[in-house]
Structure formats: C-alpha cells, structure tokens
Design a protein around this ligand. Structure first.
Ligand code: SAM
Length: 304
C-alpha cells in the first residue's frame, strides 16, 4: 500500500483521525474559498477533498448521492423544478436528472475552481450532467442566490460542505437560511440537506434536525453507512406536505420504476424504510431539549 509512503490524514474529531494510503495526487491547491485536493486513494479510488475532508470517492459516491437525492425526490409526487446548492462534483445533479419529471435543475456552487477541477479530473462523477440541456449552473453563494431570487422549486437539495468555522457554508445551516428555503419552495415542496456524521458529530446532526424542524411542519432525519467517511452519515428532510416516512417499500419501488431512468445501485423500497429507522441513542439526542436550533448569531460548527 502507498508505495511512495504518502498518507492522507483526515481528522474526524480533534481527538481521532483516519489514515489512508494515497496512490497519486492529481491536483492540490487553494481556491478563493477552500483548500482542494483531488487524489487517488489505494482503497477508495479517485476522490475530492475540500479543507481536508473527503467529499466523495468513486468507491461509494453512489451511496451518498442516491441517499441524498432520491428519498426527497420520490416523496414529492411530481418534481419538475429542482435547485441544488453546492454539489460541486455534479453527481447530485446526475441523480436528479435521472427523474423523467424534471424539467429544470439549477445548481448553485460558490467555487468555480472546484467545478473546473472536477470536470477535468473527476468526470466519472458528473457523467455528462454539466452538459445536459435541462441543467443550469450558477456560480454564486447559495444563500445570496436564494435571497435575491423569487423563483420557486419543488425540491431544494443542500449538498454543502460541513459547517466549519471560517468555511464558506456555515450560514446555510441556520433558522434564517431554512426560512428562506421554505419560502422558495412550492406549496408542497421538500428540502433535504446533508447533515454531517451521526457518529463523530451527533450534536451537530441533532442541531441541524432541530433547526429544520423549527421551520418545516414535517421533518425527518435518516442515515446511511459511508465507508469513505468511516462513519454513518446523516441527512435531514424538511417538507411542507408529504411525509417520506409514510411511503411503503412497494410505493417507493413503483415510483422508482415509473419515474427514474437507468439502474440505481443502492436506493430501493426496503432501503428507504431502513434509512429512516434510527437507533434509540440517536433518537434520544434528537429529542434532547438542551440542543437548540442554530441561528446566524449562534451557528453550529464541527466538531460537536
Ligand atoms: N458530499 C459532501 C459532504 O458531505 O461534505 C458535499 C459535497 S459538495 C463537493 C460541497 C460543495 O459545496 C463544494 O463544491 C463547495 O464549493 C460548495 N459550497 C460550500 N459553501 C457554499 C455556499 N455558501 N454556496 C454554494 N456552494 C457552496
């Protein structure tokens, strides 16, 4: 492993880290917003790393992107207009574009340099999504975009970097921000956000859940195991009308068959049910009243 003796260390908390052997570094640099590396790991294959954190790897990006996109999209009866904030790799857009009902996908990412680099070094992730005629890319801060736009969407997907102090995304995990998201959703709209690790940052996950729940009438949290993150990974859905937790496996499988092109590798009816079943210790933290929603004045940061 790692013949050159090159190792990547990812801190999961200030007190623990994971070490992976690197086969080769395709790119390493700093953009206006963050540190970027595109590396090929011995075990995960090619991966995007931002500010020292693995965003996704070819080994299991399908688990993350199918889990982020399809539960919300399948819960909505007819998603036509979809907004993605973040999503640099283009794989979230790839999964949204599989839905035949979708007429337009707008993706807003703050970092043009990340997009340029993933197009050059990681085209396996987007698989042509950037060139799809239903796809439109906007290079802007996601919050600023939503504050300035009056457009409404059926589904809004928040595929942002974790809320790091001094990072570009922590103001997209607050009550004020989710209130803007709610106002830009159609009357039966649904939002979903990645919500960090349910192992290493359970309190941040719970804070994101509480923050979404303070804005939306229906809020559901779910998790999947991600080998690339060495952890179970959390997501939170906020919905105005439809509840993802009430769909049966048959309903999910029927909707997949009717609405999604191509073969999914991870998400299906039984998986949908399983994701929303959280263990007791996580449910206990989600209902801990000492954990308060994050606000612009009092945001949540990793690690917590
Ligand atoms: N899978 C990832 C994870 O779990 O951390 C998220 C993936 S995606 C690469 C994150 C994207 O969010 C990056 O491309 C980054 O440029 C973008 N981003 C960060 N802050 C943003 C902001 N304020 N507005 C829009 N995009 C932002």
């Amino acid at each position: 492993m790692s013949k050159e003796g090159t190792w990547f260390i990812e801190f999961n908390t200030p007190f623990s880290y994971h070490v992976r052997g690197i086969r080769r570094v395709l790119y390493s640099g700093v953009t206006k917003y963050q540190r970027v590396a595109i590396v090929e790991f011995e075990d995960l294959g090619k991966a995007l790393v931002l500010d020292g954190k693995i965003q996704s790897s070819l080994y299991d990006e399908f688990v993350y992107h199918e889990s982020l996109v399809h539960p919300a999209m399948i819960t909505h009866p007819n998603p036509r207009r979809v907004l993605i904030l973040g999503g640099g790799e283009g794989a979230t857009a790839r999964e949204v574009l599989r839905h035949r009902s979708v007429e337009e996908v707008v993706m807003v990412d703050i970092d043009d340099e990340v997009i340029r680099l993933v197009k050059e070094y990681l085209p396996e992730m987007s698989q042509g999504a950037f060139d799809n005629p239903r796809f439109r890319l906007v290079l802007q801060d996601g919050r600023k975009f939503l504050e300035e736009s009056r457009d409404r969407y059926d589904v809004i997907i928040l595929d942002l970097t974790d809320p790091l102090e001094g990072g570009p995304s922590y103001l997209l995990y607050t009550v004020e921000f989710y209130s803007i998201v709610r106002d830009r959703l159609s009357d039966d709209g649904i939002m979903v956000t990645q919500a960090t690790s349910t192992s290493y940052s359970l309190r941040t996950f719970a804070t994101i859940y509480k923050t979404v729940a303070s804005v939306f009438p229906i809020t559901r949290a779910y998790q999947v195991y991600m080998h690339s993150y060495d952890s179970t990974w959390g997501f939170v859905i906020g919905s105005k009308r439809y509840d993802p937790a009430t769909l049966t496996p048959d309903e999910v499988n029927n909707r997949i068959r009717e609405r999604i092109s191509g073969e999914l590798k991870f998400y299906e009816g039984d998986m949908h049910r399983a994701m929303f079943i959280l263990p007791k210790h996580i449910r206990t933290v989600l209902s801990d009243e000492s954990i308060k929603p994050a606000t612009d004045k009092n945001p949540t940061f990793l690690p917590a």
